[in-house]
Design a protein around this ligand. Structure first.
Ligand code: ADP
Ligand code: MG
Length: 699
C-alpha cells in the first residue's frame, strides 16, 4: 500500500471557498451551517438519493416518477418575455410525446439548450396532465455526446436557504479526491471484524450511495467514519484525563467535619441515602493528592446544591476557599441567596461576584477574595477573568455543566492551582453518551429524590385550545399558586423569539390582568430581568412569561403550573428540565405541553414519553432512542461534543470500544510523541479541532 505524507491532509483543512463554485457568499452560508473547512463538508452525509436509471417508454410513465429520456425536440411554444405564460417545448421519441415546461425562463437560454430537431437527454420528475407527460424544469438537459455527465444515482444532502443541491454536490465531489490514503489509525482487529473500509474509501462511499442500504447508519462506510469521530473524541478526553488528573498532583483535603455537621444539624431534614453515598465518593476524592474531577448527575430537585455545599464546607474546614460557578446571573444570585441562608447559623462569609462595571464594591470583593477573607465565593463567568485571584482555592463547583465546556472548567481549576473540580448537571444523560461528553470526569449519580415529592401531572394539548388554558389559569392562579409560560427559541437569532414572547405577553396581560404578568427574555438588561424575576418570586406577579432563559435552576416553590408553548420544538432533556421548575413545593403541580400541529412522529413520541414519565434518566434513554439522524432536536447544547457522523441510536455500542482503544493508546504514549503516534495526531486534528490540539500543544 502506498502511503502519503501527513502534509497530504492539509487540503482538508483549507477553507470551503477553495472548492469549485463556492465563493465568499456561499462560503459563509456553508461555514455557518456545515463548517468552515473542506473536511466539514466531507462529513456532511447524504440523507437520500435520486435514482436516474429508469428509462421508461413514454406511455408507461407514472406521475411523480424520476425518468431519463432520450428525445428529439419538435416544437417551441415560447411566449415573449413580457407575457407571464410558461414556455412549453414539445419533444418526442418512438414511444410518444412529452412537454417540457419552464416558468420564467430566458427564451435565448431555451433556444440554446433545446434547439428544434436536435436530440437531447432529459432527466427529471415527470407528471401526468390530462394524459400528457410533462417535465417542468428538468434537472438535466444534455446533448447525447455529454451523456456521461449525467449521474445515474445522485446523493441528496440536507440543505439550507441559499444553498442549492447541485452546488453542494459539485463542491463535495471536488473535495473527495483530496482525501488520500493515510496510515490506518483503527486497530486492525476491530477494523477486520467489522469489515470496515479504509478512511479514503469510506469517504468516497459515503458520497456515492448506490441504494438505500448505503444510507443506513450501520453500513460499513458510515460506521467506520462514526468510529473515527468517536475514537478522536475518546483520544482527546483520554489526553485530558492524562494531563489533568494522572500527571498533575492536586491538593489533599482532610477536614475535621465541624462545619459539615453543624450544617446538617441545622437542617429540618436528613440527607437521602443517595446524597450520603455521593458525598462519600466526593470526600474520598478530596482527601487524595490526585486532583478530583467529578461529575454529579441528579434529576432536578434531587438535592445537588446541598451536596455541593457540603463538599465546599469540607474544603473550608481546612482553611481553603471554595467557589461555585453558575451559568447565569439569575442562578448565581439564587445560589447566593439560598446558600447564605443555609449558612446563616454557621457564621461563614460568602460573596457574590458577577459581571459588570468595576465598582468600588466589586473591587472590595476582589481584594477580599485574594486576601482569603471570603471562604465561599459564588458567581458567573466573571470568576474566570484575570482580575480574580484566589488566595487558596480548594474546590471549584461548576453548576449546570452543559452550559460550559472542558476549557472553562479547566480554566477555573488552573486558577485555583489545580484545585478539585466538581461538576453538577441536572440533565441526566445515558451512560454511553456521558462517556463522550464527560469522559474526562469520574461520575456520581444521585438517583433518589427527597421523600414526599409528588410527580408532576403532565398533559399534552393543542395550542388551538389556548382559550381553555387561559381559563384554567384564571381559575387556579393566586399569590400562592403561580405559573410559568415558556415561549420557545425559534431560530438561532433570539430576535424572533423575543418578539413571539412579547406578543404572547401582551395577550396574557390583556386576558389575565389580575395575575399581573411579568416577562423575562435574553435581550433584557440584567436589572430589568432581575426586577421581573423578583416580582414573580415575591408573588406580586403570578404569571411569568419567559423564553428559555429560566431553563436552568430557578427555584420558586409557589410555582405550580408550567406551560410550554411549541413543546414540539424542544428536545426531551430540555422539556424535562423546564418541567422541573414546578413541583418544588408541597402542592400538586401540573405541566401543559402546548403543541402546534401537525406533529412529526418523533415529536409526538417525545410528548407522549413526557406525559408518561417524570424520571430524567428514563427520558434521557428515550431521547437517545428517538433521536433519528437528521432531525433537529431542540437547541444545540454547548459544551457537548459535536459529531457529524455519529448516530447515537445506532452507534452507541461503538463508544466503549473507542474508549478502551483510546486508553490503550495513551497508556503507551501519554503525549502522542514521535512518528509512531503521528496517525493519531492526524486523526485528532481532523475531528477534534478544539479540545485536543490545545492539550497536545501545551503538553
Ligand atoms: P437540585 O439542585 O438537585 O435541583 P436542590 O439542591 O435545589 O436540587 O434541592 C431542591 C430542594 O430540595 C431544596 O429546597 C433543598 O433544600 C431540598 N432538599 C435537598 N435535600 C433534601 C433532603 N434530603 N430532604 C428534603 N429536602 C431536601
Ligand atoms: Mg440546582
Amino acid at each position: 500500500m502506498h502511503l502519503s505524507r501527513p502534509t497530504s491532509i492539509f487540503p482538508l483543512f483549507a477553507s470551503v471557498t477553495t472548492l469549485p463554485g463556492i465563493g465568499s457568499r456561499l462560503g459563509s452560508i456553508i461555514e455557518k451551517k456545515i463548517g468552515p473547512a473542506v473536511i466539514d463538508v466531507l462529513r456532511h452525509a447524504p440523507v437520500s438519493l435520486i435514482d436516474r436509471r429508469a428509462r421508461p417508454s413514454i406511455a408507461e410513465i407514472v406521475s411523480g416518477q424520476m425518468v431519463t429520456l432520450e428525445v428529439v425536440v419538435t416544437q417551441h411554444n415560447i411566449p415573449p418575455r413580457h407575457i407571464s405564460r410558461p414556455a412549453r417545448i414539445i419533444a418526442e421519441n418512438d414511444s410518444g410525446e412529452i412537454e417540457i415546461v419552464f416558468f420564467k425562463a430566458d427564451p435565448n437560454y431555451l433556444q440554446r439548450m433545446l434547439p428544434i430537431g436536435e436530440k437531447r437527454v432529459i432527466s427529471g420528475t415527470a407528471e401526468l396532465f390530462n394524459g400528457r407527460v410533462q417535465l417542468s424544469h428538468p434537472d438535466y438537459i444534455l446533448p447525447l455526446a455529454d451523456l456521461a455527465q449525467l449521474p445515474l444515482i445522485e446523493p441528496v444532502y440536507p440543505l439550507t436557504a441559499g444553498l442549492k443541491g447541485k452546488t453542494l454536490r459539485k463542491a463535495i465531489q471536488a473535495a473527495i479526491p483530496k482525501v488520500v490514503k493515510q496510515e490506518e489509525w483503527i486497530n486492525a482487529d476491530i477494523k477486520e471484524k467489522n469489515k470496515w473500509p479504509d478512511f479514503d474509501d469510506a469517504m468516497a462511499m459515503l458520497h456515492a450511495p448506490q441504494n438505500e442500504d448505503d444510507l443506513n447508519s450501520l453500513c460499513p462506510a458510515r460506521e467506520r467514519l462514526a468510529y473515527d469521530e468517536l475514537l478522536a473524541n475518546q483520544l482527546a478526553l483520554a489526553l485530558i484525563r492524562q494531563q489533568t488528573t494522572i500527571a498533575t498532583k492536586g491538593k489533599v483535603i482532610k477536614g475535621n467535619g465541624n462545619l459539615r455537621s453543624a450544617l446538617l444539624q441545622s437542617l429540618p431534614f436528613a440527607l437521602t441515602s443517595a446524597q450520603t453515598r455521593v458525598l462519600q465518593e466526593i470526600y474520598q476524592d478530596q482527601s487524595q493528592d490526585m486532583r478530583m474531577l467529578r461529575l454529579v448527575q441528579g434529576d432536578v430537585g434531587a438535592g445537588k446544591t446541598l451536596v455541593a455545599l457540603l463538599a465546599m464546607l469540607h474544603a473550608v474546614e481546612t482553611g481553603k476557599q471554595a467557589v461555585l460557578l453558575a451559568p447565569t446571573e439569575i442562578l448565581a444570585k439564587q445560589h447566593y441567596k439560598s446558600i447564605t441562608s443555609l449558612l446563616a447559623p454557621l457564621n461563614i462569609d460568602t460573596c457574590l461576584l458577577i459581571g459588570g462595571a468595576k465598582t468600588k464594591a466589586k473591587t472590595q470583593i476582589l481584594s477580599d477574595i485574594s486576601a482569603g477573607n471570603t471562604p465561599i465565593i459564588i458567581g458567573t463567568h466573571a470568576l474566570l477573568t484575570d482580575d480574580v485571584i484566589f488566595h487558596d482555592l480548594g474546590l471549584a463547583v461548576v453548576d449546570e455543566q452543559h452550559r460550559f465546556g472542558v476549557k472553562q472548567r479547566m480554566t477555573l481549576s488552573n486558577k485555583g492551582g489545580n484545585c478539585d473540580v466538581l461538576v453538577m448537571t441536572a440533565t441526566p444523560i445515558p451512560r454511553t453518551l456521558s462517556m463522550t461528553a464527560y469522559g474526562d470526569l469520574q461520575s456520581s449519580i444521585i438517583d433518589e429524590k427527597p421523600p414526599g415529592r409528588k410527580d408532576i401531572d403532565t398533559a399534552v394539548i393543542n395550542i388551538d385550545r389556548i382559550a381553555e388554558i387561559v381559563e384554567k389559569l384564571r381559575a387556579k392562579l393566586s399569590k400562592d399558586f403561580r405559573a410559568y409560560w415558556i415561549c420557545p427559541l425559534v431560530e438561532e437569532s433570539d430576535k424572533s423569539d423575543v418578539m413571539a414572547a412579547e406578543e404572547r405577553f401582551a395577550i396574557l396581560q390583556r386576558l389575565l390582568p389580575d395575575t399581573q404578568p411579568a416577562i423575562v427574555h435574553g435581550r433584557m438588561k440584567a436589572d430589568e430581568k432581575e426586577r421581573a424575576m423578583s416580582r414573580f418570586q415575591s408573588g406580586e406577579s403570578q404569571l411569568l412569561v419567559a423564553t428559555t432563559v429560566i431553563e436552568v435552576g430557578v427555584d420558586v416553590p409557589e410555582a405550580g403550573i408550567m406551560i410550554i408553548e411549541h413543546a414540539e420544538r424542544f428536545g426531551l432533556a430540555q422539556l424535562h428540565q423546564l418541567r422541573g421548575r414546578v413541583g418544588r413545593g408541597s402542592q400538586q403541580s401540573a405541566c401543559l405541553l402546548a403543541y402546534k400541529g401537525p406533529l412529526s412522529e418523533t415529536a409526538n413520541a417525545r410528548l407522549l414519553v413526557m406525559r408518561e414519565s417524570n424520571d430524567g434518566f428514563r427520558l434521557a434513554e428515550e431521547d437517545l432512542r428517538l433521536r433519528g439522524p437528521g432531525e433537529i432536536l431542540g437547541q444545540r447544547q454547548s459544551g457537548m461534543p459535536e459529531f457529524a457522523m455519529v448516530d447515537f441510536a445506532a452507534h452507541a455500542g461503538l463508544i466503549p470500544y473507542a474508549r478502551a482503544e483510546a486508553d490503550k493508546i495513551i497508556a503507551n504514549n501519554p503525549n502522542l510523541d514521535g512518528d509512531e503516534a503521528l496517525k493519531y495526531r492526524l486523526l485528532l486534528s481532523l475531528f477534534e479541532k478544539d479540545n485536543a490540539i490545545q492539550y497536545l500543544n501545551s503538553g
